[in-house]
Design a protein around this ligand. Sequence first.
Ligand code: PEP
Ligand code: MN
Length: 337
Amino acid sequence: MIIIMKPSASAQEIAEVEQKLHEYGFQTHPIYGEKKTIIGAIGDKSHLSMNQMLLMSGVENVVPIMRPYKLAGKELQKEPSVINVGGVPIGGKSLAIFAGPCAIESQEQLSQIAKQVKAAGANILRGGAFKPRSSPYSFAGLEEEGLKIMKRAGEENGMPICTEVLDTREVDLVAAYADILQIGARNMQNFKLLREVGKHNKPILLKRGLSSTIEEWLMAAEYIMSEGNEQVILCERGIRTFEPSTRNTFDLSAIPVVKELSHLPIIADPSHAAGTRKYVAPLANGAVAAGADGLMIEVHNCPEKALSDGEQSLTPAEFGDVMLHIDPIAKAIGRSL
Ligand code: PEP
Ligand code: MN
């Protein structure tokens, strides 16, 4: 529920309202405006009704929160969230560009790719140390060794690092190295994992599930946020449809829809949507034009030898071209690289 205090409400009355809510196990999110204070309250209404709150001194009105995603939605926070990761703002005017290989393969590989993508304009390094593979026989990542390699490549190039965590048992380990914890599409509804990363204070990149609706995706964000970690970045990476021409169907409309429903930043991953190198650039252009707050693009120094997702990985030169084309598109809609 949302409790709207009277303009004349005293600090004491506001404190009493908050105290009552806490007594009944509600989380409170007060917004202290110039004229009025509004308190967003999230909890179980079966023991404390809206009517009981309305009777309290200093309360002007109590209204329900209509959307099931209370923290991810816009009812309590209208302004877009800007999440700062090691000096890179995500969700502001400038675009966050995540680039790097699908999987971390060696120090030489990652350090070289990091240097090249940074030179082309990327500001966050991506790469997987724990890989969710469709086949149990495929390369599943270098695990902690990969995290060490990534940390070093990030430091060498002054780039924050984003890497996937697959399992609740590995969250502490990945969080000890990563600047952003990635929850992959396959784990978007792994609620225990969502709760676990919600207990950390590192930003979370939450990819959309393979067959998830936007509401399910925002509810997954809500799981993380309800544990106290409100730094969630959404990532549209394509969804399963009947269309087999691309690996996934890139849902361009998810970008404006999420912008309308949520204050959270949303980036787009054209690589996993396309599944093939040749479609990455047009999808990236479209995503930026549609208002995405950034991109995640797979780049490999030798895609034909990549241990994972080589077909969809760009060479550093191709990535450089994408960046050049994105620049005027970003400017045309009032954004910048
Ligand atoms: C990835 O980013 O390499 C990845 C596995 O992505 P997704 O979870 O979107 O398939
Ligand atoms: Mn990949």
